[in-house]
Design a protein around this ligand. Structure first.
Ligand code: NAD
Ligand code: MG
Length: 396
């Protein structure tokens, strides 16, 4: 490949966004930053703009835009600063863009990520919530537009690497029996169950192996992250929920495995550093240096595996139920989880109440067939309202 690839990084100020820019900086002749977005940490976004000189930057509101424009102009940069969801969709679908890194956290990333897919871009998907919410519509849009969708989530990237080149006619046709989705088990894997109701946001965000944004860190602690990933795997690889087994593997060295009918089990291993899946997807089908240290198996020493305990991790059970129910259930699961996690991070609820809120929302709201994006967005709004109602009722 000789032409420079122009990249939009949605969520550039986040953990995945920064890792992406780190990889891009290692290959200046190969990649060029076209647009960067950030909705908080505007000073950091300005520094990133000065370093990468994008054609566009996108921020949350006019105030932020004015501020950023001022800073960039003073530095002699002619970066255009756009605002809000409209701006995000514009830089995601712009005709001059080759690659879009979808790394906004949560439902806020849905429309911009879909815009990139509909414009037929090469889409690097970190924003799992977008796919969980709108799975069927999202995958239809991929097929219709010819977008190239590559998973950034380390597990799905690992599975993709362990599958043959063409599995488009179904996993059964290429001899896959099961997908084994690995999970570290998070910081509370061994904590006595009674202690779980008193854990703090700081404890939940202190992941033993990965450094990540706060929302996904809490999701990892509750294992809702694995639940969302189970749903993500079903859509990406056209698998049924019962074909995806979750395996706790505390070292996070094996990033996932594929079990074939002949008894072969293929795994992808590496140090837990998101620059590996990011580099893999960026350069696919080639390989480039990511800056990640080589895996030292002598240092790793041993690899352990355990069955997940659904009593400890009720969110995993709720996600599996939502995957099986289909329709709007995953969108409601995701929305209720977003409200509950934000409330936990604000110290308004206990860690164990995250699952109580999601369970109640899923029980109250009937599942509908997803026929349009409107149906998804209505289910999302309804689930958020029900979760807020729970908070209100419990005086939080
Ligand atoms: P983060 O919190 O570090 O960064 C989130 C980014 O999204 C920031 O740039 C923020 O400004 C932007 N953002 C937040 N709210 C927004 C809104 N309302 N509108 C527009 N932009 C908004 O999160 P992260 O850890 O980088 O995760 C990003 C996504 O990648 C998530 O969906 C997460 O599940 C997924 N992911 C992350 C990791 C990881 O190691 N961090 C691994 C796998 C998947
Ligand atoms: Mg993951």
């Amino acid at each position: 490949m000789s032409e420079v690839q122009r990249i939009t990084v949605l969520g550039a100020t986040g953990s995945i966004g920064l890792s992406t820019l780190d990889v891009i900086s290692r290959h200046p002749g190969r990649y060029q930053v076209f647009a960067l977005s950030g909705f908080s940490r505007l000073a950091e976004l300005e520094v990133l703009c000065l370093r990468h000189r994008p054609r566009f930057a996108v921020v949350a509101d006019e105030d932020g835009a004015r501020h950023l424009r001022g800073g960039l102009l003073a530095a002699g940069l002619d970066t255009r600063v756009l605002v809000g969801e409209g701006g995000l969709c514009e830089v995601a679908a712009h005709p001059d863009v080759d690659v879009v890194m979808a790394a906004i956290v949560g439902a806020a990333g849905l429309k911009p990520t879909l815009a990139a897919v509909e414009a037929g871009k090469k889409v690097l998907l970190a924003n799992k919530e977008a796919l969980v919410m709108s799975g069927a519509l999202f995958m239809q849009a991929v097929r219709r537009s010819g977008a190239v969708l590559l998973p950034i989530d380390s597990e799905h990237n690992a599975i993709f690497q362990c599958l043959p080149n063409d599995y488009s006619r179904g996993l059964g046709t290429v001899g896959v029996r099961r997908i084994l989705l690995t999970a570290s088990g998070g910081p509370f894997r061994e904590m006595p169950l009674a202690g779980l109701s008193d854990v703090t946001p700081e404890q939940a965000c202190a992941h033993p192996n990965w450094s990540m944004g706060r929302k996904i860190s809490v999701d990892s602690a509750s294992m809702m992250n694995k639940g969302l990933e189970l749903i993500e795997a079903c859509w990406l690889f056209d698998a049924r929920p019962e074909q995806v087994e979750v395996v706790i593997h505390p070292q996070s060295v094996i990033h996932s495995l594929v079990d074939y009918v002949d008894g072969s089990v293929l795994a992808q291993l590496g140090n837990p550093d998101m620059r590996t899946p990011i580099s893999h997807a960026l350069s696919w089908p080639e390989r480039i240096d990511s800056g990640v240290a080589p895996l030292d198996l002598f240092k790793v020493g041993r690899l352990d595996f355990q069955e997940p305990d659904e009593l400890r991790f009720p969110c995993l059970r709720l996600a599996r139920q939502a995957a099986q129910a289909g329709g709007t259930a995953p969108a409601m699961l995701n929305a209720a989880n977003e409200v509950a996690v934000a409330a936990f991070l604000e110290r308004r609820i206990r860690f164990t109440e995250i699952a109580s809120i999601i369970g109640e929302v899923l029980n109250l709201e009937p599942v509908e067939t997803v026929e349009s994006l409107d149906v998804v967005l209505t289910a999302d709004a309804r689930a958020r309202a029900l979760a807020e109602e729970w908070l209100y009722r419990h005086g939080r």
